[in-house]
Design a protein around this ligand. Structure first.
Ligand SMILES: [Zn+2]
Length: 88
C-alpha cells in the first residue's frame, strides 16, 4: 500500500497517509478542514509549489475550470492531473 503525502493549502500542514491505490485522495485537512493537495513525490519533479493558492478555496473542492475558466492551479487549460480534483 503506497504512502501518499498531502499538504494543506490553508495551514500548510503536511502529513502522510497510507492508502490503497484505489482509494480516493483526501480532500480535507485533519487540522483545519482546509483543502489538501496530494504531493506527487518519487523523483518526478512534479511538486506544484503554491499551485493551489486561493483558487482551490474559491472553487470549493473541485476543479474550477468549467466555472471560472481557471483550474485550481491557476491555469487556463486543464492540467490533466488528479491534483485538480477534476473527474473524481
Ligand atoms: Zn490545514
Amino acid at each position: 500500500m503506497p504512502t501518499y503525502e498531502y499538504e494543506c493549502a490553508k495551514c500548510k500542514y503536511k502529513f502522510e497517509k497510507m492508502q490503497p491505490i484505489t482509494a480516493a485522495p483526501l480532500t480535507r485537512c485533519p487540522k483545519c478542514q482546509g483543502r489538501v493537495q496530494r504531493i506527487i513525490s518519487g523523483g518526478a519533479g512534479f511538486i506544484m509549489k503554491g499551485a493551489a493558492r486561493g483558487a482551490a478555496e474559491k472553487s470549493g473542492g473541485d476543479c474550477g475550470l468549467q466555472r471560472t475558466g481557471k483550474t485550481c492551479c491557476g491555469r487556463d487549460e486543464r492540467c490533466g492531473k488528479p491534483a485538480c480534483g477534476d473527474g473524481e
